[in-house]
Structures are given as structure tokens and as C-alpha cells.
Design a protein around this ligand. Sequence first.
Ligand code: NDP
Length: 333
Amino acid sequence: TMASLPTKMKGVIIEKTGGTEVLQYKTDLPVPSPGDGQVLVKNDYVGVNFIDTYFRTGLYPAPKYPYILGREAEGTVVKAGSGELYGLKEGDKVLMLSEGTYAEYTAANAVKAVKVKDGLEAKVGAAALLQGLTALTLIREAHPVKKGDWVLVHAAAGGTGLWLVQLLKAVGANIIGTASTQEKVDLARKAGAEHMINYSHEDVKSKVMELTKDAGCIAVFDGVGKTTFDLSLDCLARKGSMVSFGNASGAVPPVTIGRLSAKNARLMRPTLFNYIATREEFEHYVDELMDFITEDKLDARIHETYALSDVARAHNDLEGRKTTGKLLLDPSK
Ligand code: NDP
């Protein structure tokens, strides 16, 4: 067995909702103990996701206070709990989706943890898991994308955006992406979005209609939310799927369903967790994602690895649209 575990750890909690000032970096949080169906993981890298900012601001309610933020990490199992652990044991390198990952240690549900595939470089799993699975389930289930489909991806240079672009390219879609700066436009184009539009000053709808010969896109993947919703419907093809999967610019206001009849459109508002609710679904999509990463040589673009104590800057950068790709936290610092 491993050397004895410490009783205190570094971590970031919130006790109330608000701006980045409510993020409290602590060095004396209790190390959790793994319960039934759980493993205790010492986190090497922790993924930052836009959803973490929603829990901080209160757009999504935290289940309790004080609350440790964070939804994903890569690390090492240091203690096994009881019950069904899906074969995980002490010493295993794992990727996991779990609450409470903005910390040195997390008691994670084994059902949403998997061993790191041999040969996968450090950080890649933490950069890929939540956003890569989101992108993959969206193109497989929210709208099953086929070769040759015209699709529109907003915020194509973001974390989820770059996974969407790379996966859509791998399945042979015609990708139109949007982003707010020239640097982001160039990056997403390099990742596989052949047609990029700078939506801070270009007319997206007319460019989409020009590219698609007035047909529009059969699917729009919109994680921007409030500011792009109407535009996305405008860019949709007849019988197209409007996949609204996030709120980076704010929540989409209520929509009158009658608006969908103009194009016989489908409107989806999916979350990753409802596509990977069972162990079978989770393993299926993790395997498929890892196969894409290794076989199609998908690139986990890491914007920056921030010290955990620097978490406020990470949130400011993400919400301030200053980042491309993935933000990670190093919980040892
Ligand atoms: P990103 O790395 O994509 O960052 C958000 C991006 O959104 C920014 O970089 C920015 O790109 C764009 N954006 C447009 N308007 C704004 C605004 N007003 N404020 C901030 N950003 C803006 O983050 P994630 O990949 O973590 O998440 C992307 C979206 O996907 C989020 O809405 C998130 O909630 C959602 N999501 C949903 C999941 C689900 O299960 N439904 C799972 C994972 C993510 P630009 O400057 O180019 O406009």
C-alpha cells in the first residue's frame, strides 16, 4: 500500500455565488475518504470548464456550501473505497468526471473513472475528457452527423469548439466555424474548420448562405447561447437540428415553439451527462474518443496550465474570451 495520506489538502471552495472574488483558495481542507463505489484520487491535472463558472455565478445552483468546484481531472488512485469499483485499484492512473476536482484529492465515483490508455501523454486526458465527450456525443446523438453534411460550430476555437471541429473533420463534415478574433479564426481553420467566419464583424448568415448555396446548415452546434441563438436558427437548413448546448454569453431566453415551423427544425438542449448516464455508455464514448485521439491524431490544445492558487485568473481569462483550447489547473501549486 501507499505511504500514509495527509489529512489536509489544497483546494478551492465557494461559500456563496458571485464573481471571481468568491473563489477561496485553501490549504487546510480535509482530505476526503472514498465511500461506497468511490476511489480517492490524487489529482495531477484538473480541467477547467465553462460550467465551473456557472456554479460560481449561480447560473447553475451548487448542491451545497461550502462547495469545491470542478468536474474533471486526471490523477492516481491512492485509496480504494468499497463496493463496485470497475476494476480500479491503488496506483492506477485514471481520468474521471467527478465533482470536487479543484483540489489535491477527490473522492470520485468509480463509475465515471477509467484507466488512462497506455501511451496517452500527461495532460491530454484531462484536456480531452469532458469537452471531447461533449463534442463526440453531440455529433453522434444530438445530431448524427454524416459525411458531407454542412454544419455550423460557434466558438470554434474554444475548448469544446476545437474538439467539435476535429471530430467533425474526422467524420467528413463540411465545417463552418465562428470565432471572435483573427488568431482564433486561424487556429480553428488549422484544426479543420475550412470555412471560418469572424463573428465580431462579419455577416455570418450571408456567408453561411453563400457557402451552402442558400440551403443553410443541417446542424448548428451552439454553446454561446444568448447572443447567437437567433442567428443559429437563421443559419439552419430546412429539417435541420438546432443544438443549443451552452450559455457562454448567457442563458437563452424562453423560445416559442412556433418559431421552429418555418424550417421544420428540431431544437435540442442536451447535456453530456444524459448521454453517459450508464457505465456502458460512458465506456463506449471514452473508448471512441480515445480511438479518435490516437488514430486520427487529434490535438489536445492546452491554452495554459494554471496553478490552483491562480484559479481566479483562469476563470477571468475563460469568461473574458482570452483563451483557446483547454485550461488546466495544477493542484500541487
Ligand atoms: P470555451 O473554451 O468554448 O470558452 C467559451 C467561448 O465562448 C469563448 O472563448 C468565446 O469564444 C465564446 N463566447 C462568445 N460569447 C461569449 C461571452 N459573452 N462570454 C464568454 N465567452 C463567449 O468554453 P468550454 O469549451 O468550456 O464551453 C463552451 C460551451 O459549451 C459553454 O457554453 C459550456 O457551457 C458548453 N458545454 C456544455 C456541455 C453540455 O453538456 N451541454 C458540456 C461542455 C461544455 P469567441 O471569443 O471566439 O467568441
